[in-house]
Ligand binder design. Structure first.
Ligand SMILES: Nc1nc2c(ncn2[C@@H]2O[C@H](COP(=O)(O)OP(=O)(O)OP(=O)(O)O)[C@@H](O)[C@H]2O)c(=O)[nH]1
Ligand SMILES: [Mg+2]
Length: 332
């Protein structure tokens, strides 16, 4: 029988050390990569393509099982409905990493924002896997909506799918399984079924890869800084036209035209952010996009966070050419 790694779901093999799933002995329960992540915190990236993930999603569509779509609250997908291209199942939306957003923001407000997207979820639950927040509520909600024993967990890479399953296992079962988790994308490599109880089996899946996420284009040192580990302290700047803001070595915002304005930056605390004059040329070699923002909009930077802009105005954003930025109605 084809034996799978207990950490990431890949098929184990002892023939080729350079290929996925390698282990020194097929009697082991983990592949070498998971063993190293778990025991030494040594991360190894695996380049995954969605060509492998999409068939997994389509196979879920063949079932009537409940699907949990997990979203990272600091890193909300531009198009949450993309998943609907592949599956028609009932979906429960789970908004994870609540702990990184300011406590002053009310959960109801966050939920309201997602309800207004009109995307037909059975329910929406805000949680923090890290802080064990609302995990009880989530389990009750899963029980309310599950249509069979099996419940799938889907979403982009790194949103915390495997962490959530580990937390549910720890809280509510004696099953000793511990899935591999890591701060880098594409940790889980294949479907993994985990029995939580006689009436509930959770199925972890590898995440959908997002090529437009800035984390694909920055060095490891900066990557460590942008992954927030604590509650974000938003930084507000009062700004006039002809002033600019630079965020570490990552991006530059030029305020070109408009009223006196207020920019609030929701990004990881270790990032160095400062106001400079428009004449200063720093980071101007990056790729430029022009934006016309309306009253109370956010400029979102995929993988990094967002800038809340209060008044309307014209601005230029400079950032890596592969990174995605877009405008949405202010979430907070
Ligand atoms: N701050 C915070 N971090 C979290 C939370 N849940 C998970 N993480 C972190 O998010 C990162 C990714 O977690 P994983 O569980 O590996 O994510 P995944 O969705 O399974 O990722 P893939 O398997 O690559 O698709 C890890 O660094 C986790 O520690 C949370 O509630 N809050
Ligand atoms: Mg995972």
């Amino acid at each position: 029988m084809n034996k799978k790694c207990n950490g990431c779901g890949v098929s184990l093999q002892e023939d080729n050390i350079t290929l996925e799933g390698y282990t020194t002995s097929i009697d082991n329960d983990l592949c070498q990569r998971c063993f190293r992540i778990k025991n030494y915190g040594e991360y190894q990236t695996v380049a995954k393509s969605n060509d492998e993930y999409i068939p997994i999603l389509r196979s879920i569509n063949d079932t009537k099982d409940l699907v949990i779509q997990v979203v990272d609250l600091l890193n909300i997908d531009k198009d949450l409905s993309e998943i609907r291209n592949y599956i028609n199942n009932k979906i429960l939306l789970v908004l994870n990493k609540r702990d990184v957003l300011p406590k002053s923001v009310k959960d109801e407000k966050i939920i309201e924002y997602f309800k207004n997207l009109g995307l037909n979820y059975e329910d929406i639950v805000v949680i923090s896997t890290l802080k064990n927040y609302n995990i009880d509520l989530l389990l009750r909600t899963i029980k309310k909506y599950q249509t069979s024993k099996r419940v799938y967990i889907v979403g982009h890479t790194n949103v915390g799918k495997s962490s959530l399953i580990n937390k549910l296992l720890k809280n509510y079962s004696n099953n000793p399984t511990e899935l591999t988790i890591s701060p880098l994308p594409s940790t889980t490599l294949d479907k993994i079924e985990i029995e939580l109880s006689e009436t509930l089996t959770l199925i972890d899946t590898p995440g959908l890869v997002d090529r437009k996420n800035i984390t694909n284009y920055i060095d490891e040192k900066t990557l460590k800084k942008i992954n927030p580990k604590k509650e974000i302290k938003p930084k507000t700047f009062q700004i006039k036209p002809n002033q600019s803001i630079i965020i570490d070595d990552i991006m530059r915002i030029d305020y070109l035209e408009g009223e006196r304005n207020s920019f609030t930056i929701y990004m990881a605390n270790p990032l160095k952010i400062k106001k400079i004059s428009l004449q200063n040329d720093r980071l101007k070699t990056l790729s430029k996009t022009n934006y016309d923002v309306k009253f109370r909009e956010d400029i979102v930077v995929n993988g990094l966070g967002w800038i809340k802009i209060v008044e309307k105005g014209k601005l230029d954003i400079y950032i890596d050419k592969n990174a995605e930025t877009y405008i949405r109605k202010s979430i907070i």
